[in-house]
Design a protein around this ligand. Structure first.
Ligand SMILES: [Zn+2]
Length: 344
């Protein structure tokens, strides 16, 4: 358990901890994936329960309360999370995993109901009681409805912290009962500095790939991951020689969620290169990529992008990943090839 928030979160921590007497009953910490929301929510919880938080808002790390928190057993704190936690920066709806077959990807109604006893007990310390729900969009409909009852009439001193990178997937009635807090993002310079401190050398490239989410960038820097991505991009860049069915087979092994994310980045970059000469997700697009961007028909490309978005929306439900990839890659292949030949 880490006592410190990320540098770009320090101001918000100080503000919230110094206002702890006036906090509402529910906070919704929202922001994109890979920027450290979970760590922030955890440190905030520890600091709010701490006997003597520092002026910076950080928990002291020494008191009894901090001791309990760090040992994972604070009597006035509960974490609600799915039994099967995805890796922090995996695309949210990763379906390709075969382990943890029985562990739920959702926060269940049983988990929410178990809170009842906790909420109705007398608190052990300052009278404050914290429930951290992460990620909040993992609550299924039943769980969200059960939570709603508690959010309507929370006992005094109870604070819910909902953490979400997809707040639009929460029940509007749940959302409306929370004070929204936007999780801070580092600016580009701050993010690059932080990544550099973590030992990363090619900071610009990984930051670009991650969509400017530094924690995600750090995980993406894994050599094996990079090799796979380059390999997929290499095939997409030369549609004449790419075999959609072979790539679909490879893609299934890499994971549908990753493939969809890479395809989206790929299409975005092609369009962006075509329009402005700049790519967002690739620090140095290959010459083949630049060439393709000049010839591809943007209207066709945007049609394909819509197909991709539709596939992304169905990621939550069990599908045949191979079939999804085959259809998408065939469609991409037609789009990219048709335009290439049209320009010859
Ligand atoms: Zn403390």
């Amino acid at each position: 358990m880490n006592n410190n928030v990320y540098p770009w979160q320090r101001d918000l921590l100080r503000q919230l901890v110094s206002a702890r007497a006036q906090l509402p009953n529910a906070l919704l910490l929202q922001g994109k994936d890979g920027i450290g929301k979970h760590r922030f929510a955890s440190v905030l919880s520890q600091a709010l329960l701490c006997d003597a938080p520092a002026a910076s808002g950080e928990p002291c790390g020494q008191c009894t309360s901090c001791g309990w928190f760090k040992a994972g057993g604070h009597p006035d704190f509960r974490l609600l999370a799915p039994e099967a936690q995805d890796e922090p920066t995996e695309p949210a709806a990763e379906q390709g995993k075969t382990s943890d077959k029985k562990a739920s990807k959702y926060i269940t109604v049983a988990q929410v109901r178990e809170l009842a006893d906790f909420i109705n007990l007398t608190t052990h310390r300052h009278g404050m009681r914290i429930i951290l729900i992460h990620p909040a969009e993992a609550m299924n409909a039943q769980a969200a409805n059960a939570l709603l009852k508690t959010l309507e009439e929370p006992p005094a001193g109870t604070l819910f912290i909902l953490v979400s990178h997809q707040p639009q997937r929460l029940l509007p009635t749940v959302r409306s009962r929370c004070r929204k807090v936007n999780a801070p993002l580092p600016d580009r310079k701050e993010a690059m500095l932080w990544l550099h401190e973590q030992g990363l050398t090619d900071t610009a490239s990984f930051l670009a790939q991650s969509g400017y989410a530094p924690l995600a960038a750090l995980q993406l820097s894994d050599a094996d991951h990079q090799a796979k991505r380059s390999q997929v991009f290499g095939q997409l860049a030369v549609p004449r020689t790419m075999d959609p069915l072979v790539l679909a087979e490879q893609g299934e092994k890499l994971g549908l969620a990753w493939m969809l994310q890479w395809l989206q980045q790929w299409v975005y970059d092609l369009a962006s290169l075509g329009l402005t000469g700049q790519a967002r997700y690739q620090a140095e697009p290959s010459p083949e990529t630049v060439r393709l961007a000049k010839t591809v028909n943007l209207i066709e490309l945007f049609k394909f992008q819509q197909e991709l978005s539709a596939a992304q929306r169905t990621l939550q439900h069990p599908l045949n990943p191979r079939l999804v990839l085959e259809q998408l890659l065939l469609s991409y292949w037609q789009t990219a090839n048709r335009q290439e030949s049209a320009h010859v």
